[in-house]
Write a protein that binds this ligand. Sequence first.
Ligand code: ATP
Ligand code: MG
Length: 553
Amino acid sequence: MSEEKSLNFLEEIIEADLASGKYKTIATRFPPEPNGYLHMGHASSICLNFGLTQKYPGFTNLRFDDTNPVTEETEYVESIKEDIKWLGFTWKEELYASDYFEQLYEFALKLIQKNLAYVDDSTSEEIAKLKGTPTEPGTDSPYRNRSVEENLQLFEKMKTGEFPDGAKTLRAKIDMKHMNMLMRDPILYRIKHAHHHRTGDKWCIYPMYDFAHGQSDSIENITHSICTLEFVPHRELYDWLIEKLEIFPSHQYEFARRNLTYTVMSKRKLLQLVTDAHVSGWDDPRMPTISGMRRRGFTPESIRNFCEAIGIAKRENMVDIGLLEFYLREHLNSTAQRAMAVLEPLKMVITNYEEGKTEEFLSENGPDESAGTRKLPFSRELWIEQEDFMEVPAKKWFRLAPGAMVRLKSAYIVKCDSFEKDTGGNIKQINCSYFPDSKSGSDNSGLQVKGTIHWVSAAQSLLAEVRLYDRLFKVEDPSSEEGDFKDYINPDSLKIVQAYLEPSLKNVSPQERFQFLRKGYFCVDKDSTPGKLIFNRTTTLKDAWAKEAKKKA
Ligand code: ATP
Ligand code: MG
């Protein structure tokens, strides 16, 4: 039996609402603005909103918050849908705030008729000037007392395009002396002669966030509208508008934005990384975007498990990216197919092994027997890692050195007899002899060796490009450092090597994930083809940064 997990504060609210009979079913929504690709912060909001309606009876809508006509693009809409599906969630309806433009216009008319909204001719500077400050009350606009008739006529003319951008706004008539600045006659509509990705040129007035979000929630009968903490001051206006419009009483609840160490999580900043070409695109495997993480080799399960583990908070905090990598390794360890790959090759010649001969050895595909085995060809010339040989061995060195023995994984024990250097003094080849009776699984040699290394048979090996990724930033919180966040980009976040792979990897397809023995987890890149294999390193086997941090401490 799994341990009972205590309820988070939203689950407590929902359980109380269901127990009291306030609701029989609940409804949540995920409301992205289609102005960029989704990132890990969105993933936690997605897991929260969809997770609640998996746990409790109800549904979750996907609603594109596309009320701002300038920045939104269809490319973003498509990527957002793909990312949510990939994470493993299904929305009830795909909706667009822009589908409600007509309805929102009707709502605005209703407020005007109730004398709760007016058309203001003030410029934005004039409006700002009269707004007051948190400690000083604001001042009424000279246009505040227009008659309902005049307001209706002017608002109609705003809609039909008779005024240029910025000439007029529609404002709620609340209280210019209100303690909450957002309640000081907030703007509901502005004029913007701009093309919209869905409504085209039909509208030249667009509702503000505060006059679209809560109203859209209400139209969809959303019971629990969950957003991040910066919207706390908006809740009063959210409630005021719903009450005055006498529409379905949706409620807003807030939780803390999630931030991860060693990255940035704002679409605006991520866009800068893309446009300034610090990365290859929104789906660059170093990006904290869902598409980048997918390309890097993350599994949806590992992201969901991470989001579940960090839960939700009422206060902003940074989550250690190491924790995300922990859930990633945990899932990949149990699911990734094993394979051998040599990333920094050194030639090994087995001088007493017959030239032209090949044998096949069986090697396990996974962490246990159920994953089965695959065949590995073995021959006289192999590739091994440069780092598995030391000309002058260190203390407690159990790998290759002159005179030392090691087991070749799934094959024979070999002993290093000599080595050769190139003109630059680099070791270019080691010569070994093997022990024919030391075959893995039927070893009668009586030899004792402590080290086992991986290898690839040279003749059958496949050449591949392997992209070794590291953290995109050198510091934990680039956004809080002095100067520009881009000054803290890690210059070594990508290293490309030419590697030799075992031949079973010939026909891999993009997105397939492997554990390269002793080297880490790797995923086939989307640009990989059988003629030009490309692998991305998803993560190392162990957290190298944690070791670094410990050394420093
Ligand atoms: P960004 O600042 O990156 O542009 P945003 O909040 O403007 O983010 P939206 O598309 O408006 O992005 O957000 C969709 C939903 O995702 C919102 O409900 C928002 O609160 C939530 N969300 C965005 N970023 C985070 C985060 N870092 N942690 C938790 N939830 C987030
Ligand atoms: Mg936003």
